[in-house]
Design a protein around this ligand. Structure first.
Ligand code: BEZ
Length: 213
């Protein structure tokens, strides 16, 4: 069964580079990003894991834990981590799941057989503090993901979770946001003290609410 937005992210126990863990227990109270890479000791994956490690403080600031996965073993991840540090300058500072029996890869539909039976694609699952899946995306092995984009979507998801707003096309930190249709004009006046502009009856914008004036 495909995992859809709004589903509870399936719980699992896993052997990782930071020991055995239970996913829901490990992430309790936090956001989490579970992401797969195709294979250890490969170039694009090396750049991605180094970049993810470099951004640890940015993920911490967003109360977000990272956890990586491939069908390689924990022992392989540990050997590869030395190369990642050597090439990128960053030591992997989050757990990497070893999934040689593909139990978790299959649970999360990370193996796409028309691409490969032997490795996971580049899946990303953003999971909220309520353990529900907030966003997923999938890239092929040949295309490295943008971890700047992952931070951007986390910011957008967290704004939506904390305020009744959505983020428009190409939204970036500091841009105006869209007031949800469920909020009446009267409530919007109370909720958004910086004011709002009515572009169309269905389209109201307000300055980003979590920034100082
Ligand atoms: C890479 O990370 O470079 C890679 C991994 C698997 C297949 C192709 C490329």
């Amino acid at each position: 069964m495909a995992i859809r937005l709004g589903d509870i992210a399936p719980d699992f126990e896993a052997d990782t580079t930071m020991g055995l863990l239970s996913f829901h227990d490990w992430k309790r109270g936090s956001w989490a990003i579970l992401f797969s890479h195709p294979k250890d000791f490969t170039p694009v994956c090396t750049t991605e894991l180094g970049r993810a490690a470099a951004l640890k403080s940015e993920f911490d600031r967003r109360n977000t834990k990272l956890i990586g996965l491939s069908v390689d073993s924990v022992e392989s991840h540990e050997r590869w981590a030395a190369d990642i540090a050597d090439v990128t300058g960053f030591q992997v500072n989050f757990p990497m799941i070893g999934d040689p029996d593909r139990r978790i890869s299959v649970l999360y539909d990370m193996i796409h057989p028309n691409v490969s039976d032997t490795f996971t694609v580049r899946s990303v699952f953003v999971v909220g503090p309520d353990n529900r899946v907030k966003l997923t995306f999938t890239y092929p092995a040949s295309t490295g993901r943008s971890f700047d984009e992952i931070l951007r979507i986390l910011d957008a998801l967290q704004l939506t979770a904390d305020y009744s707003v959505a983020t428009p096309v190409d939204w970036r930190q500091g841009d105006e946001v869209v007031i949800a249709a469920t909020v009446s004009d009267e409530d919007a006046q109370k909720k958004f003290p910086k004011g709002f502009v009515v572009k169309k009856p269905y389209f109201r914008v307000t300055p980003q609410p979590n920034l100082p004036d």
